[in-house]
Design a protein around this ligand. Structure first.
Ligand SMILES: [Zn+2]
Length: 575
């Protein structure tokens, strides 16, 4: 490809709206262009990278036994009503209405469509296991598209669906897919960690995410350096046992409930300080509005509410903190709220309230708290569940060591769905005894644009992108200096032809620009190997070679240059 003909311009300035490195660099390199919030075009050089990632994914899916097919983007809304998942997707789902007033969904994912296909074509246990996948566009109406390709509303995704006879067979395919995912990231030059994850709107009983550690990542994950436990903070558990040095064991015997004056002491810190007790000995009240209803959440004072866990516990779609007015309207005294004597409001408790005794809690009276509140002696709750948020320094749920935390970008998510979708859509099979059973499903997704952006987040410097050779838009950047010298120009043309003929992917910078501009663009575009031909190198019948990742240059003889370049590329790929 000649740079002079390449569609898409490089630019020196980072656009003001681009906050992440990948967003800035991909725009500056002329690889993507935004057309609306969360909607992007891939320009030719960016599309080449995407196609390479796509091929790696396709090869690994095929190797793992996947069969590629293509499902429609337009999906009858009835399928979503049948599965019931239109509720959990809520406003994230784009819908359209056709001319006959018939509602259709623009596929945010394809479990319904594929389960409907399985319902028609899978009959017996002999048809299983079945692994089918597609690489196709998805639509999700994200409330806050951001970060360039990191969070968008239209994106290309590889989604594979597995159908099995039982849980054990699903486990086997899940393990196989997990390995295929690790192969994909390794081939894309991207180090990832696998973490336990929340299943979110997709549903199912177990899921894992593949994370790239990055400061700019939207996700937070915790991990235990001691035993290897790792989870997205949305899902992460912690050990809530109170440490012995915090509360003496003699304080554990339940004492009589007592009302005490705590004038002007409203927050947990103020009350704990005022009474000289650790936060672990207090109960915190937090109020939410879940699908329009006020919810009273009670949690031990040293912990915070994890809203994802709370949403899952309540099985609600809309969740937000309640305002003071909304709380007061129900007769609860803000700052002195108490689960003791509460009526007419749903109470959700974190299970930490069962780990501890003689708590301080509000008295639901201005200026007063209760001392020695004990559950269930003094109050009842509607649901007890783990709804606590994990933090750096909390105790590991497996081994009690201190957890660490870091930010990351999710580049893949795999789910054990079980049978809840196949049951609703009739994806069943006859087992060996002729008994009809629902197929056990799994689903496995990778967003290709997100993966591309994560590679840039992970692999760049202040000059530009550093593409791994396996996904680079071109393998070689051929830089011609001094166009005004006919000898150099004709020698460069010859090298370009020779490399092209040898099947090497070359971007030939034949533009009439200064060496500075050309070298800057070479670095910005991040093409792995730069070859420079100038009057000086031609004098020695050679060409200068430099890797994007290295400072040193080397001279290659011009004679049979394609064989030498091929050797360099092969060695690099093998590393
Ligand atoms: Zn641990």
């Amino acid at each position: 490809m000649r740079f002079s003909k390449l569609f898409g311009k490089t630019s020196r300035e980072a656009p003001a709206e681009a906050e992440s490195a990948s967003h800035q660099l991909l725009l500056r390199a002329g690889m993507i262009a935004q057309i609306a919030a969360g909607i992007y075009s891939y320009l030719p050089s960016g599309w080449r990278v995407l196609r390479k990632i796509e091929n790696i994914i396709r090869e690994e899916m095929d190797k793992a036994g996947g069969q590629e097919l293509m499902l429609p983007v337009l999906q009858p809304f009835e399928l979503w009503q049948q599965s019931g998942r239109y509720v959990s997707f809520g406003q994230t789902m784009f819908t359209v209405t056709d001319r006959k007033e018939h509602k259709l969904a623009l596929g945010p994912t394809h479990e319904e469509v594929i389960a409907d296909l399985a319902h028609r074509y899978v009959q017996s246990y002999r048809d299983l296991p079945l692994l089918v996948y597609q690489i196709q566009t998805k639509f999700r109406d994200e409330p806050r598209p951001r970060g360039g390709l990191l969070r968008v509303r239209e994106f290309i995704m590889k989604d594979l669906y597995s159908f099995d006879v039982d849980e054990a067979a699903l486990d086997e395919n899940y393990r196989k897919m997990s390995q295929a995912y690790q192969n994909i990231y390794a081939r894309c030059g991207l180090p990832t960690s696998i973490v336990e994850a929340d299943s979110g709107a997709i549903g199912g009983k177990e899921s894992h995410e593949f994370m790239v550690i990055a400061e700019t990542g939207e996700d937070e994950m915790v991990f235990c350096p001691h035993c290897g436990y790792s989870a997205n903070v949305e899902k992460a558990q912690i050990s809530k046992a109170i440490k012995k040095d915090v509360i003496a064991s003699e304080a554990k015997q339940p004492l009589p409930l007592e009302e005490i004056a705590t004038p002007e002491q409203k927050t947990i810190e103020e009350v704990a300080d005022f009474l000289g007790v650790p936060p672990e000995q207090t109960l915190k009240a937090v109020f939410y509005i879940a699908d329009g209803k006020l919810i009273f959440v009670v949690i031990r004072g040293d912990l915070e509410v994890n809203e994802t866990k709370l949403r899952n516990t309540l099985k609600c779609t809309e969740l937000r903190l309640a305002t003071e007015d909304e709380v007061q309207q129900t007769g609860i005294v803000v700052g002195f709220a108490s689960p003791i004597g509460i009526k007419g409001t749903k109470v959700i408790a974190d299970d930490s309230i069962t780990m501890g005794s003689n708590f301080i809690t509000g008295a639901n009276r201005q200026g007063y708290h209760f001392k020695n509140a004990n559950y269930p002696r003094d109050f009842q709750v509607d649901i007890t569940a783990d709804i606590a948020l994990a933090h750096h320094g909390d105790s590991c749920p497996k081994c009690d060591s201190n957890l660490s935390s870091t930010r990351g970008i999710e580049v893949g998510h795999i789910f054990k769905l079980g049978t809840f979708i196949s049951e609703k859509l009739g994806a069943s099979f006859l087992d060996q005894d002729g008994v009809s059973r629902p197929a056990v499903m799994g689903c496995y997704g990778i967003g290709l644009g997100r993966l591309l952006a994560a590679i840039v987040e992970q692999s760049h410097d202040d000059k530009g992108i550093i593409w791994p050779l396996s996904v680079a838009p071109y393998q070689v950047y051929l830089c011609l200096l001094h166009l005004d010298s006919p000898e150099v120009a004709s020698a460069a043309e010859k090298v370009y032809q020779e490399l092209e003929d040898a099947g090497i992917e070359v971007l030939f910078d034949d533009r009439d620009e200064s060496p500075g501009v050309k070298f800057n663009d070479a670095d910005l575009l991040g093409i792995p190997l730069r070859l420079t031909l100038s009057p000086r190198t031609l004098q020695n019948q050679s060409i200068e070679a430099k890797w994007r990742t290295e400072k040193e240059t080397q001279l290659l003889p011009l004679e049979n240059v394609s064989a030498k370049v091929n050797k360099l590329l092969r060695e690099k790929l093998a590393r």
